[in-house]
Design a protein around this ligand. Structure first.
Ligand SMILES: [Zn+2]
Length: 195
């Protein structure tokens, strides 16, 4: 009978884990992008965006993909570095175009994952809903206060929310895509500690 070589098993497990970790980001990116396309197409289908409105299409696609990667930005990695390079560029762009409200939102959002350890609150099942709705509500409130200083009316607020609610949805869908792929909902069985 051959003795079990436990060290080689451990080595193999370790190898699988790093391999899975590397695959995982790519998996998140690919799935997030696919869901992003679906999200943008869905928005066109349900008349939240017009066919040929590429700016809205692209923004919805980007929002969904962004949030499908967002939860894993709580750990130091190459994707994280690239993410912050993009955030840096985005903040420069928004500042240049004097879109300070959006810039504030992006800055707050991109710091959020760093407030906790890896797979902390960003991976809770309830976070996508609570955080998106809270931030969305704060943003809408802020916008409504600034946009209609003279003639505040609830109709305006409704119009504003209708224009933005699709982004809120994109954010929630993208974030849950990540959690599902991480096996938080046990739709796909995945190994523990895979990334
Ligand atoms: Zn994750």
């Amino acid at each position: 009978m051959q003795p079990v070589d436990s060290s080689s098993i451990i080595k193999r497990l370790r190898w699988q884990r790093t391999e899975a970790g590397a695959m995982n980001f790519r998996g998140h990116l690919i799935c997030g992008a696919l869901v992003g396309v679906g999200m943008a197409e869905g928005a066109v289908h349900f008349a939240y965006a017009e066919r040929g409105d590429y700016a809205t299409w692209g923004a919805l696609f980007a929002t969904t993909t962004f949030f499908s990667l967002f939860p894993d930005l709580d750990t130091a990695s190459v994707p994280q570095r690239w993410f912050f390079r993009c955030v840096f560029a985005l903040l420069l762009y928004l500042g240049w175009h004097e879109q300070y409200d959006l810039a504030t939102l992006v800055a707050i959002l991109s710091l959020l994952p760093l407030l906790d350890h890896h797979r902390g609150w960003t991976h809770w099942k309830i976070s996508p809903l609570v955080v998106s709705v809270l931030l969305g509500a704060a943003y809408e409130y802020w916008r409504a206060r600034h946009a209609f200083l003279g003639d505040f009316s609830w109709e305006n607020v409704h119009g504003l929310i209708r224009g933005h609610v699709i982004y809120l949805l994109a954010c929630i869908v993208g974030w849950y895509t990540h959690l599902v792929l991480d096996g938080r909902f046990r739709i796909f069985p995945t190994e523990r500690g895979h990334h």
